[in-house]
Design a protein around this ligand. Structure first.
Ligand SMILES: NC(=O)c1ccc[n+]([C@@H]2O[C@H](COP(=O)([O-])OP(=O)(O)OC[C@H]3O[C@@H](n4cnc5c(N)ncnc54)[C@H](OP(=O)(O)O)[C@@H]3O)[C@@H](O)[C@H]2O)c1
Length: 245
């Protein structure tokens, strides 16, 4: 008599901050396609409702990226609902601080650093407290590697996030891997001012003569977050169409 073999697939859980559009939403869809339980966050209930209706299976919470209490509540709720929290993607980011670093309003600099730098630290701490089991992925930027005009405050936040990725990789090893990615210009709402008036000119800044698409970024995030990258930690991978060449 032949034996019957049953394969038990345990669905893993990922939390993506800022998942209602752009890189975050593409990443959420990628993980959904790979049969993960996927949670996203947003600042606004109406944005969340629209996306959750369009993408059955996706779940989410209203939680600002720079709100410690919201980070804590969200991570605990997910752990309670699913029994596990395996991967955290620190994706939510903002850039209200365009202009020369010497002139830009300090309140805008503060907001940028709160969301882009303090946010990932807070969400990582709360996710780990809730029992995060596998990895953290920080969405950094090439701006954190090379300075550019008018984006000083944003670039400094991303440079800090690159450093934080390495620091936390060291502190959280051997149990949790921490990696980052550093994209150049990707076609999203956040970067619209960089390409909407002259898409070709913007594309030409990249050796491959094209802008990034959110789906390009989602594939790298998925790879670095999961088991296929199980011997990679403390790395920030540039994904820039040759922008830095
Ligand atoms: N696009 C690029 O060229 C580029 C390049 C390098 C790095 N990045 C980084 O990639 C990440 C994603 O950006 P994106 O280009 O995909 O931007 P996007 O299309 O504007 O999407 C940003 C997402 O984050 C959410 N969000 C914004 N501020 C938030 C906050 N304070 N708390 C919680 N959620 C918040 C937004 O949702 P709600 O509006 O619903 O709250 C939205 O879902 C950011 O960290 C950005 O710095 C982007």
């Amino acid at each position: 008599m032949r034996n019957n073999y049953y394969t038990l697939t345990i669905m893993k859980t990922v939390l993506i901050t800022g998942g209602t559009r752009g890189i975050g939403l593409s990443t959420a869809i990628k993980f959904l396609q790979k049969d993960w339980k996927v949670y996203i966050t947003s600042r606004k209930q109406e944005n969340l409702d629209l996306v959750l209706t369009d993408h059955p299976g996706l779940k989410g919470f209203v939680a600002r990226a720079d709100d410690l209490a919201a980070a804590s509540e969200t991570c605990i709720k997910i752990k309670d609902e699913t029994g596990s929290l395996d991967v955290l993607i620190n994706n939510a980011g903002t850039n209200p601080s365009g202009g020369s670093l010497m002139d830009v309003e300090l309140s805008a600099v503060q907001k940028t650093w709160d969301v882009n730098l303090m946010g990932p630290l807070m969400w990582t701490r709360e996710a780990v407290k809730a029992g995060l089991s596998e990895s953290v992925l920080n969405v950094c930027s090439v701006g954190g590697i090379r300075p550019s005009q008018y984006m000083g405050a944003y670039n400094i936040s991303k440079a800090g996030l690159i450093y934080m990725t390495r620091q936390l990789a060291m502190e959280l090893a051997p149990d949790i891997r921490v990696n980052g990615i550093a994209p150049a210009i990707v076609k999203t709402k956040l970067s619209e001012m960089l390409w909407v008036n002259d898409e070709k000119g913007s594309a030409d800044l990249h050796a491959l003569k094209k802008l990034g698409e959110p789906e390009d970024i989602a594939s790298l995030i998925y790879f670095l977050s999961g088991k296929d990258a199980s011997w990679i930690t403390g790395e920030v991978v540039t994904i820039d169409g040759g922008f830095l060449l």
